[in-house]
Design a protein around this ligand. Structure first.
Ligand code: DGT
Ligand code: CA
Ligand code: CA
Length: 573
């Protein structure tokens, strides 16, 4: 896990804030702040600089003391001094520092005078006008604080992409109905297809932006209007989702789209590149002195700084600028490249449709093949299939294959990986199947060593093909289990086992970051839906989005191959 300069800087910033609230030595606090600024603006990855042998203490404002702390953050991901300090505050107190207008000094006052130690307290106090009379506050600031506490984003709640999607679609359809709207698009993390989104950022072009904003704030789903101006507005939906809208003139569309698509670190890097070329980039365009030389399209924006177009999914500052400059951007996989879905459940285990129904639906999606992979019988799974039911299923698949043209059904199973790494079905059953998908469904809390060995042992089985949802994370519910991912990648590659990118909206597992490092380790992937009914066969696109965010190309994905080649690719030597 690498930690970015901004993250390290944020840790020092927070340390300084908390020390200030504690009334610690002023010079110490300034030293941390200066170091944070230096690190933020270094221009090179600090962890890489250390690897390259750069002597950190020699860098102005860093010194021995801070260099040591930087090393601690890089090796452990956190700073024990900050963690200790945090523990000495009420658990939710620190959240109020995230509100615009509240720094350490004001946070201290709020705590001392009004005992405010959470966002809820803060909101209540602002609502009841208790803040305006405190020293260092006024009415305007009180209103700003109230607005800040209302923004759901600030409370840290994020929405799964699939949850945001219908809201985004409906809002775009509504906006397009207005005569005042010409182009309307969702930018931000949503356009980058991030697994979760903090809020929706809508960009529109209009000849009469104020009229479009008037129309926007009348959208029935709005619970609260946070702000409303002539060209922009922020509202909260009834489900607490925040929506930011911004209108720009047509000739700034590309610049604004680029700016609001982000990510912020990507934008910052582009801006740095431009500065080196003597250019200035902002949401209105690219400027050479006073003259605007680009801005209407994103293509033009990138060209002007000497790059080719970068897909939104790649804009995370994970090497895409260098790749674009060197002509080495990946040619990202597309939905139409996918020839089959290899993780499908039916009535035989815990799903809602029959084999035939799933097959016919898959055929309509244009697939050449699918695998039926019901759960093996095991304690953790309700209604898993045993040997007898598998034999029955094999017969049924044979019959369906005979009469169904245009798609081939592969016989498979999603077999449980037991605690000791053995599989929940015997080899003589697995041997008779076309494909074996293995997954962990219990004992999530084993130590890293045990969990890793468990999975590697399962992959040792000669019939094992695909590791389903490799990390087991469930968005908002369960963290990834502790595995040595680097080792997993290496060993999967050696065994010719494939890692799944599971499209269930809560799973999206592997995620983008692991997908990218797995690819770099030479691993190949299977994109699957894990569908439990016909409707969710179209979760494939969610798997695809994460794959694209992980720089995955068509050639990295086995189920882009036609059936004969696919079968060959599965063979273990
Ligand atoms: P989210 O909403 O947390 O899932 O993530 P984003 O990426 O949608 O972030 P958001 O909604 O705060 O801002 C939308 C975009 O606006 C962001 O991706 C990049 C741009 N942006 C926002 N603040 C800044 C900034 O301070 N500097 C630059 N360069 N860009 C910014
Ligand atoms: Ca956003
Ligand atoms: Ca936003």
């Amino acid at each position: 896990m690498t930690i970015s300069n901004s993250e390290i800087a944020a840790i020092f910033e927070q340390l300084a804030d908390l020390l200030e609230i504690r009334g610690e030595n002023h010079f110490k606090i300034i030293a941390y702040r200066n170091a944070a600024r230096t690190i933020e603006n270094l221009g090179a990855d600090i962890s890489k600089m250390i690897d390259d042998g750069v002597n950190l203490p020699k860098i102005p404002t860093i010194g021995e003391h801070i260099a040591q702390k930087v090393k601690e953050i890089i090796t452990t991901g956190k700073l024990s001094k900050l963690e200790d300090l945090k523990r000495s505050f009420p658990p939710h107190f620190i959240d109020i520092l995230s509100i615009k207008g509240i720094g350490p000094k004001r946070a201290g006052t709020l705590y001392e005078k009004l005992h405010i130690d959470s966002l809820e307290d803060l909101r209540e106090a602002a609502q009841n006008h208790k803040i305006r009379d405190l020293e260092g506050f006024d009415e305007k600031l009180e209103r700003m604080i109230l607005d800040g506490t209302k923004l759901s984003k600030k409370e840290g709640k994020r929405f799964m992409y699939s949850v945001a999607e219908p809201y985004a679609d409906a809002l775009i359809a509504y906006l397009k109905k207005s005569e005042e709207a010409s182009k309307v698009i969702v930018a931000g993390s949503y356009r980058r297809k991030k697994d979760t989104v903090g809020d929706l950022d809508i960009l529109a072009t209009s000849k009469h932006p104020a009229l479009l904003i008037d129309y926007f704030v009348k959208y029935p789903h709005i619970k609260e209007i946070i702000s409303k101006g002539d060209t922009k507005s922020t509202v909260i939906f009834k489900n607490n989702m925040q929506i930011d809208i911004r209108c720009v003139p047509d000739d700034s569309y590309g610049a604004a789209l680029h700016y609001f698509t982000g990510s912020k670190p990507h934008n910052i890097s582009i801006r740095k590149m431009a500065i080196e070329m003597g250019l200035k980039v902002n949401e209105y365009g690219i400027f050479k002195g006073e003259e605007k030389i680009a801005g209407a399209t994103e293509d033009e924006m990138y060209k002007t700084v000497g790059l080719c177009y970068i897909e939104p999914e790649l804009r995370e500052n994970r090497g895409e600028l260098e790749a674009a400059r060197d002509g080495k951007l990946p040619k990202l996989i597309d939905l139409k490249d996918i020839k089959g879905d290899l993780h499908i459940h039916t009535l035989y285990s815990d799903a809602q449709n029959s084999i035939l129904e799933m097959a016919e639906a898959a055929k309509k999606l244009g697939y050449e093949y699918i695998a039926i992979t019901d759960h093996s019988k095991h304690l953790a799974i309700v209604n898993g299939i045993d040997e007898k039911k598998i034999r029955q299923q094999i017969e049924e698949i044979d019959k369906i294959n005979e009469k169904l043209n245009g798609i081939t059904l592969l016989k498979g199973v999603e077999v449980d990986i037991l605690e000791d790494g053995s599989l929940a079905l015997p080899d003589h059953i697995l041997k008779g199947l076309d494909i074996v998908v293995g997954g962990v469904h219990d004992k999530f809390k084993l130590s890293q060593d045990k969990q890793t060995k468990r999975i590697l042992k399962a992959m040792d089985n000669q019939y094992f093909n695909i590791l389903a949802h490799p990390t087991g994370r469930l968005l908002g519910e369960r963290k990834a289990y502790d595995i040595d991912m680097e080792l997993l990648f290496e060993e999967a590659k050696i065994r010719n086992c494939f890692l799944e990118i599971n499209g269930q909206p809560k799973r999206l597992d592997l995620d983008d970051i692991y997908a990218k490092s797995a690819k770099e380790a030479g691993v190949k992937f299977i994109l699957s839906t894990d569908a439990h009914n016909i409707a969710t066969l179209d979760y494939m696109r969610y798997a695809l989005f994460q794959a694209r965010r992980g720089w995955i190309e068509t050639k990295d994905v086995i189920n882009t191959l036609p059936l004969d080649k696919f079968k060959k690719a599965l063979q273990r030597s």
